[in-house]
Design a protein around this ligand. Structure first.
Ligand code: NAD
Ligand code: DAU
Length: 358
C-alpha cells in the first residue's frame, strides 16, 4: 500500500487528481490531502470521496513547519504530490507577497520536511520515495514567433509575480536534486480546464457569465494564445511520472491545443447554444454580443505552447481528450453542478469580481 501526501488537493487540479487516483487504485493506496482551504480550496470538490477508506483530509498550511513535519512523522509517506500554490496570475499582479510565501517558502518547507523524513544517515534515500513538484509552463515566459515551443531545456524567463514565484520554487527543487540527490521530478504543464475550476480563470468565468447573461471580459485584443489541456489528462501524466519517470527528470506536459482567447470564448458560446435545450430561457441571452474587450492584463504573456515530446518518448503519455470533447464534458459538468457554482460565486467572489473587472 503506497501512501501519497497530496498538497493543495482541495483545489482544481488536486481534487481532479484525487478523484482519478482513488478511482484507479481504490483501496490499494492511501491519500492524505493537506490543504489550507484558502479561497481556492473547496471541500465540496471532494464530497464524493470524503468517506473513502483510502482518503484522509488534514487542514494545514504548507508554511506551518511543525504541522507538516508531524504529518511526515505520523505516516510513512511514499510520494509527495505538491500542488498547493497561489495560482492566479491576476491576483499575483494585485498582491504578490502571498505568492512568494506559499509558492516559494511553502515549497521549501515541503522539501525540508520530506528530506528530514526520508534521508538516511549515509545521505541516500530509500528506493521508491519521490517528490513530484507540479509546476507551470509560465516559468518559460512568453513565446515569440510561430512554431516555437517550450522544451524542458528552454531557459526560464518568468514575467509575472506568479510565474516568478513558481520559477523560484522550481529552482529550489532543482537545487535539492543537485545538492542532496533528493528524489524528485518536476512537471511543467500548460493551461488546464475541466470540472471544479474556480471561476476566476478564463473558461469557467466565461461559462458562468454567459449562462447569467453577463458581459464576457476578453483582455486586450483577445489574440493571446494558450495551450489547453483537459485536467484528467494532466492527472494521468502526473501518475505516470510518479510511477515510471527516472529520478531528477523534468517533464513538460501540454495539450497540443493552441487557441487564441477569443476563439475559446466563441467556442464556449457556440457549445452552450448547442447543448442547452431549446426551451431553456438562457438561450435567449447567449450570443456573441456579450463579448466585451476590456483593459489588458499588465505584462500579459502573448503565447504559451508546450512540446510534450519528452514525456511521449520516455513514458508514452499523450493528451487523450480533444478540445471539442473536453469543452463539452466541462460544460456538461457545470450544467450538472450549478449549486457548486452558486456556492463559490457567493460572498467574497463578488467583491473580487467588482475589484478586478470594474
Ligand atoms: P488552485 O488555486 O485551484 O488550488 C490551489 C490549492 O492549494 C487550493 O486548494 C488551496 O486551498 C491550496 N493552498 C493554497 N495555499 C496553501 C497553503 N499555504 N497551504 C496549503 N494549501 C494551500 O490551483 P490549481 O489550478 O489546481 O493548480 C494546482 C497546481 O498546479 C499549482 O501549483 C499551479 O501552479 C499548477 N498548475 C496549474 C495549472 C492550471 O492551468 N490551473 C497549469 C499548470 C500548473
Ligand atoms: O499556463 C499554465 C497556467 O495557466 C497556470 O500556471 C496558472 O495557474 C493558470 O491560472 C493559467 O494561467 P493563465 O493566466 O494563462 O490563465 P487564465 O485563465 O487566468 O487566463 C487565460 C487567458 O485568458 C490569459 O491570456 C488571460 C485571458 N483572460 C483571463 C481572464 C480571467 C481574459 O481575457 N479574460 C479574463 O477574464
Amino acid at each position: 500500500m503506497k501512501t501519497y501526501l497530496v498538497t493543495g488537493g482541495a483545489g482544481f487540479i488536486g481534487s481532479n487528481y484525487i478523484h482519478y487516483m482513488l478511482g484507479k487504485y481504490g483501496n490499494s493506496i492511501k491519500i492524505i490531502n493537506v490543504d489550507a482551504l484558502t479561497y481556492a480550496g473547496n471541500p465540496e470538490n471532494l464530497e464524493a470521496v470524503k468517506d473513502h477508506p483510502g482518503y484522509e483530509f488534514v487542514k494545514a498550511d504548507i508554511c506551518d513547519k511543525e504541522k507538516i513535519a508531524a504529518i511526515f512523522a505520523e505516516n510513512d509517506i511514499d510520494f509527495v504530490i505538491h500542488f498547493a500554490a497561489e495560482s492566479h496570475v491576476d491576483r499575483s499582479i494585485d498582491a504578490p507577497e502571498v505568492f512568494v510565501r506559499t509558492n516559494v517558502l511553502g515549497t521549501l518547507i515541503m522539501l525540508n520536511c520530506a528530506r528530514k523524513a526520508w534521508e538516511k544517515e549515509d545521505g541516500t534515500y530509500p528506493i521508491g520515495k519521490k517528490f513530484i513538484h507540479v509546476s507551470t509552463d509560465e516559468v518559460y515566459g512568453s513565446l515569440t514567433g510561430e512554431n516555437t515551443f517550450f522544451y524542458e531545456t528552454t531557459p526560464y524567463d518568468p514575467r509575472s509575480p506568479y510565474s516568478a514565484s513558481k520559477a523560484g520554487a522550481d529552482m529550489l527543487v532543482r537545487s535539492y536534486m543537485e545538492t542532496y540527490k533528493f528524489p524528485a521530478n518536476i512537471t511543467n504543464c500548460s493551461n488546464n480546464y475541466g470540472p471544479y475550476q474556480f471561476p476566476e480563470k478564463l473558461i469557467p468565468l466565461i461559462i458562468n457569465n454567459a449562462l447569467l447573461g453577463k458581459k464576457l471580459p476578453v483582455y486586450g485584443d483577445g489574440k493571446y494564445v494558450r495551450d489547453w489541456l483537459y485536467v484528467l489528462d494532466h492527472a494521468k501524466a502526473i501518475d505516470l511520472v510518479t510511477q515510471k519517470a527516472a529520478l531528477f527528470e523534468t517533464y513538460n506536459i501540454g495539450g497540443k491545443n493552441e487557441k487564441q482567447n477569443i476563439e475559446i470564448v466563441k467556442i464556449i458560446l457556440d457549445t452552450l447554444l448547442d447543448m442547452l435545450p431549446d426551451d431553456d430561457s438562457r438561450k435567449k441571452h447567449i450570443n456573441h454580443d456579450l463579448i466585451a474587450f476590456v483593459s489588458d492584463r499588465k505584462g500579459h504573456d502573448r503565447r504559451y505552447a508546450i512540446a510534450p515530446d519528452k514525456i511521449k518518448a520516455d513514458l508514452g503519455w499523450e493528451p487523450e481528450t480533444m478540445f471539442a470533447e473536453g469543452i463539452r464534458l466541462t460544460i456538461a459538468w457545470y450544467f450538472e453542478n450549478s449549486a457548486w457554482m452558486e456556492n463559490v460565486t457567493s460572498g467574497d467572489y463578488q467583491a473580487y469580481y467588482e475589484k478586478m473587472y470594474k
